[in-house]
Design a protein around this ligand. Structure first.
Ligand SMILES: Nc1ncnc2c1ncn2[C@@H]1O[C@H](COP(=O)(O)OP(=O)(O)OP(=O)(O)O)[C@@H](O)[C@H]1O
Ligand SMILES: [Mg+2]
Length: 440
């Protein structure tokens, strides 16, 4: 039973070895690689001897005398623990500790101090060292115990840090989810209040007209009676239209707005939408349709319903928000992979601020004046473009006009139909009985 007692009095070193109590390493069976950073060779040699005396745990000690060299070595080799003297020729006190921690945050550090340095050692532990040893009190037992304790403590710290990070991440995710849910709830309640408001107007019209007809039917002229009946009909039509739009948006929100491609003659399809709009707007403005010169003549696959909602809403807006006589252009350009539709008007325009909110349900810009609308058209257009995997942009200048541009991907033609022209296949096209049907 020998004991190593580490003491240094005026360069005199005493050694005694005690092998009885050095088996305290918990779960560490491999060789422990130790980097000793110590400028005093005698002390380094002594520590080497102390560690050699351990019978249950093997240590592999590597010695550096300068901090700079130690940092280089740490860059090239992996160690299980660092024993660090706080008084080195090229660095003093905590100045030695911090660069080591920032370069190797995963390695535990035991600080070696002199008798009168304990305050500094404690500060080192506060700053990230795992333990400290007063050189004069080092024995094999204390040294091995401290090394093992530092390694264990560092491992626990790392686990705790990882657990903390995971927890923080989860808290962040949960907070985001809650915020989103809150936002969604707010949107929903806004949606419901706007919807109730928009339903109340036509309902009031119906109530008033029906009341007047009931109370004063005999006193009203035939013309007045018919006009009240017409008002009731219009109100019912508006409510029906509103309901269809809300249902369509609901479908899009729950991911049920799916594409359904059929063969379509795009030119004819656009001409029909324009024709029906000219009728309902009583030729207030002229819509001019242009296709690029080499626009394909073959039938192509399009989702007729989505395309109808997109073009119908954009063209109705162009008509609604233009003064009488202003020209409206629908330009369609086919490229290899996509088709670009742009609807250009010379109407009232949209301010930069309003452009940010255009696609929000029920949003209407300040400059609409008495032009009627619910503010749902562009939300529907956006949902349809999204369902199509396309893009939509707006450019506008107040009092000068607006251009909406929609880019939709072209679908691959059916292999059996490649090369067939519109004329050859037109007899089989059945989509154009009535474009109106999409509005309900
Ligand atoms: N071409 C346009 N020129 C000027 N303003 C436009 C144009 N298109 C849309 N807007 C502005 O964007 C708002 C939203 O348009 P959106 O089509 O969603 O609703 P709306 O036309 O008001 O009503 P509806 O639901 O009946 O279409 C409009 O109220 C209007 O302020
Ligand atoms: Mg509209």
């Amino acid at each position: 039973m020998k004991k190593i007692l580490y003491s240094q009095r005026q360069n005199q070193v005493t050694l005694e070895i005690d092998t009885k109590q050095d088996g305290i390493i918990m779960g560490l069976t491999n060789v422990i690689k130790v980097l000793l950073i110590e400028d005093n060779i005698a002390e380094a040699r002594l520590l080497h001897e102390v560690l050699k005396g351990s019978t249950r745990q093997e240590f592999d000690l590597f010695h550096e005398k300068r901090l700079k060299n130690a940092l280089n070595t740490l860059g090239n080799q992996r160690f299980d623990i660092i024993l660090l003297d706080l008084t080195l020729p090229d660095s003093q006190g905590l100045d030695s500790l911090l660069p080591i921690i920032s370069q190797n945050s995963y390695i535990p550090i035991v600080v070696l101090t002199n008798m009168n340095d304990e305050e500094l050692a404690l500060e080192a532990v506060r700053k990230g060292a795992q333990d400290y040893l007063v050189k004069r009190h080092i024995t094999l037992d204390i040294l091995v115990r401290s090394i093992c304790y530092a390694i264990e403590r560092k491992q626990m710290e790392e686990k705790l840090r990882e657990a903390n990070q995971t927890l923080e991440k989860r808290v962040k995710e949960r907070t985001n989810q809650l915020l989103k849910a809150q936002e969604l709830n707010q949107l929903k309640s806004e949606f419901v209040s706007m919807l109730s408001h928009d339903f109340r107007n036509p309902l009031n019209t119906i109530l008033l007209s029906a009341g007047l007809l009931e109370d004063s039917y005999e006193q009203l002229t035939r013309e007045q009676q018919l006009s009240y009946f017409q008002m009731i009909r219009d109100a019912v039509r508006d409510m029906n239209q509103l309901l269809s739009e809300v249902l369509l948006l609901g479908k899009a929100d729950s991911g049920k707005l799916k594409t359904n491609f059929i063969e379509l003659d795009l030119k004819l399809f656009c001409q029909q939408i324009i024709h029906s709009l000219h009728l309902s707007f009583e030729d207030k403005n002229q819509i001019i349709l242009n296709f690029n010169r080499d626009f394909p003549t073959e039938l192509e696959l399009w989702d007729e319903k989505l395309l109808w909602h997109i073009l119908h809403n954009l063209l109705s807006n162009a008509l609604k928000y233009s003064s009488q006589g202003g020209k409206i252009f629908l330009n369609i350009i086919a490229e290899e992979k996509s088709v670009t539709f742009s609807v250009k008007d010379q109407g009232i325009g949209i301010s930069q601020e309003s452009q940010k909110h255009l696609f929000e349900p029920f949003y209407r810009a300040d400059n609409v004046g008495s032009i009627s609308g619910t503010g749902l058209g562009l939300s529907i257009v956006r949902k349809c473009v999204e369902a199509y995997n396309g893009d939509i942009f707006v450019e506008s200048e107040l009092d000068h006009g607006t251009t909406f541009t929609v880019i939709l991907p072209r679908q691959q033609p059916l292999p059996s139909k490649i090369g067939e022209s519109v004329e050859q296949r037109q007899s089989s096209v059945s989509y154009h009985e009535s474009t109106k049907r999409f509005s309900s």
